[in-house]
Write a protein that binds this ligand. Structure first.
Ligand SMILES: Cc1cc2nc3c(=O)[nH]c(=O)nc-3n(C[C@H](O)[C@H](O)[C@H](O)COP(=O)(O)OP(=O)(O)OC[C@H]3O[C@@H](n4cnc5c(N)ncnc54)[C@H](O)[C@@H]3O)c2cc1C
Length: 343
């Protein structure tokens, strides 16, 4: 099949590589200029899942790992602190991973797809433009959270682990994700745009040097609220259709899982892509993300009650526990209760 991919983020690069491997004719269009193209993200994800996706693509994930976490410290309101035991959460060189996937593929940089894109020249056009969702209609239920981060070097040695600060009312959080050689990402997603923690972190690291400022909002609305997934021969994959875990704004693994669903449905019948089967499978796989999203919004609005919403909270816990490996950190009911109460 002749397939166009709009956007060379994690979704577009992985799909481009896999489709090319399956002998489809692939063309990728990326809005950024080649030298400016950057894998916007804090580069944190579970190594268990990324090892598997890398293997599917013929890459060895160990070659990309920058830091393997053991512990994540979480500062909470009222001077409380929790520690999460990490079970595979790593930072990895996402930029290199994506560039390696693109090797040998046809890609046009500095090409911004819009309504005038020649969709009829292709059997399928994949909207992998993430937050922008450029080729698909807007969703009334779209919900995004402002975020920005710095890539920093010369960070004090004591900051050698994952560290986050959870804001009151779950209105966002600060993160420090260590990379290698004293480098790391310092950032925050915050509905109130105060980004508490970034300046405080930098003042505790007077030698730290900002190498790059990176920013764009993160979509929190899950697939159930991001329909339609397709229009004509245009199909959304990844963050463009809400494949982001709403509590964390974590979208690498969900986007890759979405790619896997897309590839499987395409494999079943490449000539006649089963759109409704794709829709059904995405909604099913990410079904519980809607519960998580409801919890996040209720908490943000100060309306979450552990009593009234106990079933919703329990569903979230059970679903996350089943997928513990995919998150890369311990999923504990006791800690989850403490977090919900503390925030
Ligand atoms: C600051 C920040 C930190 C994050 N940290 C993490 C993290 O540590 N771990 C995690 O799992 N997730 C994280 N996320 C979320 C994660 O980065 C995204 O969910 C994930 O990258 C989505 O992948 P995608 O390929 O669908 O979209 P993107 O990665 O956003 O890629 C979309 C691509 O499309 C291009 N594009 C946009 N519009 C057009 C157009 N009109 N024409 C052509 N190309 C276009 C963009 O330039 C981009 O290259 C973070 C997000 C942000 C903003």
């Amino acid at each position: 099949m002749k397939i166009a991919i709009a956007g060379a983020g994690v979704t577009g690069c992985f799909l481009g590589h896999m489709l090319n491997k399956k002998s489809h004719e692939v063309e990728i269009f990326e809005a950024a200029k080649k030298d400016d193209h950057w894998a916007v993200c804090a580069w944190g994800a579970s190594k268990h899942m990324l090892s598997k996706f890398s293997q599917d693509a013929g890459l060895n994930f160990d070659d990309y790992i920058l830091h393997e976490g053991k512990n994540l410290r979480m500062d909470l309101p009222k001077n409380k602190t929790e520690n999460l035991i990490l079970k595979g959460l790593v930072t990895y060189n996402k930029q290199k991973w994506e560039n390696d996937l693109l090797k040998g593929l046809t890609i046009k940089y500095d090409y911004k797809c819009d309504g005038s894109f020649p969709v009829n020249n292709y059997d399928y056009v994949l909207d992998c433009t993430g937050l922008h969702r450029t080729l698909l209609p807007r969703s009334k239920e779209d919900f995004i959270i402002p975020a920005y981060e710095y890539l920093v070097e010369n960070i004090n040695e004591e900051y050698n682990e994952f560290y986050v600060i959870g804001y009151k009312g779950a209105r966002g959080y600060f993160w420090y994700f260590p990379l290698d050689k004293g480098r790391g990402f310092v950032g925050a997603g915050d509905i109130d745009r105060k980004y508490f923690g970034i300046n405080e972190f930098l003042s505790k690291n007077p030698n730290a040097k900002i190498i790059k400022k990176i920013g764009r909002p993160i979509r929190l609305s899950p697939p159930k609220r991001m329909e339609p997934f397709y229009v004509g021969n245009i199909i959304g994959v990844g963050e463009s259709i809400g494949c982001v875990f709403p509590m964390l704004g974590e979208g690498i693994i969900p986007s890759l899982i979405c790619c896997e669903i897309f590839l499987k449905v395409l494999d079943d019948n490449p000539r006649l892509f089963n759109f409704s089967d794709y829709r059904k499978k995405v909604l099913k796989r990410f079904g519980y993300y809607d519960d998580v999203y409801k919890i996040v919004r209720l908490k943000m609005d100060g309306k979450l009650s552990t009593l009234k919403h106990g079933k919703l909270l329990m569903n979230m816990y059970k679903s996350m526990k089943e997928e513990e490996k995919r998150f890369g950190f311990e999923v504990s009911l006791t800690k989850m209760r403490k977090l919900v109460n503390a925030l």
